[in-house]
Design a protein around this ligand. Structure first.
Ligand SMILES: [Zn+2]
Length: 312
């Protein structure tokens, strides 16, 4: 089993290398804003889910490791919360704000974790937003504690509306079957901007009816004026041995639905390691978008993120 697995990944690596020599050169000269950088050190804060995660992402995966993973790329990063226990939310925010305040870190802003339906949510947000480093909030909605409809409860909607009053966005990270909950939430919060994480978690291995439902949901999200789409994450669920270029239909549907000005790039490192290295994802995406206008490519890699996240 081990040997078979090794051979499969060796073949996948070889296939990726052979198609992407040009892609690698292009990626290395392109300015990139990675809007979805996770960093964790389990000795400091251990998110509960990490306990049962695959071994390859259980270690400390922090700034030094991120630098290795992005060596040769011109990357600026925006931190993405890591679904810590509610008791650790303040500590996570404080640590990432300190990181953003260090010019040497390369991490310039953050989407922090938060619970929009918690009684103290507005105070929590204000306390950290005063740093000037926070751009938005996310609560992962695909876990066991957030069943379908969770984000449409009145107290949750109230919290997400509050984010809009502070100029902050909310990241939608949810099961693809529940994306229409995201549509309903975004409609109820017209003054809050939303980022649809990970191409709405589209899955290349899903049966056709599920794929069709995902496509219609992406179209419905794209039809709203207050949403953008983050092209990220999907490589983590790429089955072993599958060509990363098989992700093209998902990427292309999102790019076409949202248009060239409402899409941003996300690395989703180190979660991406479950399907491939960050460089594999960057090279794959470079290849997938290579026939689009140069201006649209630059917008996806950096320009749109610079505008949306208000980077200097
Ligand atoms: Zn992620």
């Amino acid at each position: 089993m081990q040997r078979r697995r090794f051979l499969q990944s060796a073949c996948a690596a070889a296939a990726t290398t052979s198609v992407s020599t040009d892609a690698t050169d292009a990626a290395m000269s392109q300015e990139i804003i990675d809007t979805h950088q996770h960093l964790w050190d389990p000795a400091v804060i251990k998110p509960p889910w990490l306990q049962s995660a695959p071994a390859k992402i259980q270690a400390k995966l922090h700034l030094a490791e991120y630098r290795q993973a992005t060596e040769g790329l011109k990357v600026t990063a925006i931190y993405m919360e890591i679904d810590v226990a509610p008791a650790d939310l303040d500590r996570e925010a404080e640590q990432v704000i300190a990181l953003c305040q260090d010019p040497a870190s390369g991490t310039v802003a953050a989407t922090i974790g938060g619970r929009p339906d918690a009684p103290g949510f507005s105070n929590f947000v204000k306390k950290h937003a005063v740093s000037g480093k926070i751009r938005g909030v996310r609560q992962v909605l695909h876990g066991a504690v957030t069943p379908a409809g969770h984000c449409l409860r009145p107290e949750f909607v109230r919290g997400v509306r509050f984010l809009g009053t502070q100029g902050l966005h909310f990241d939608l990270c949810m099961r693809p079957a529940e994306l229409m909950d995201g549509v309903a939430l975004a409609k109820q919060c017209p003054s809050t901007r939303f980022v649809v994480d990970h191409c709405g978690n589209g899955d290349v291995t899903a049966p056709v009816p599920e794929m069709e439902h995902w496509k219609r949901s992406i179209d419905a999200l794209a039809a709203l004026p207050n949403t953008i789409c983050k092209i990220s994450g999907i490589i983590a669920r790429l089955p072993e041995g599958r060509d990363p270029l098989d992700l093209a239909p998902i990427v292309n549907h999102c790019l076409d639905a949202f248009g060239p000005d409402r899409v941003v790039f996300g690395g989703d490192w180190p979660v991406c390691l479950l399907g491939g290295a960050l460089r594999t994802w960057v090279d794959t995406l470079t290849k997938i978008i290579s026939n689009r206008p140069a201006q649209a490519q630059a917008a996806l890699w950096a320009e749109n993120a610079r505008n949306f996240y208000r980077l200097a």
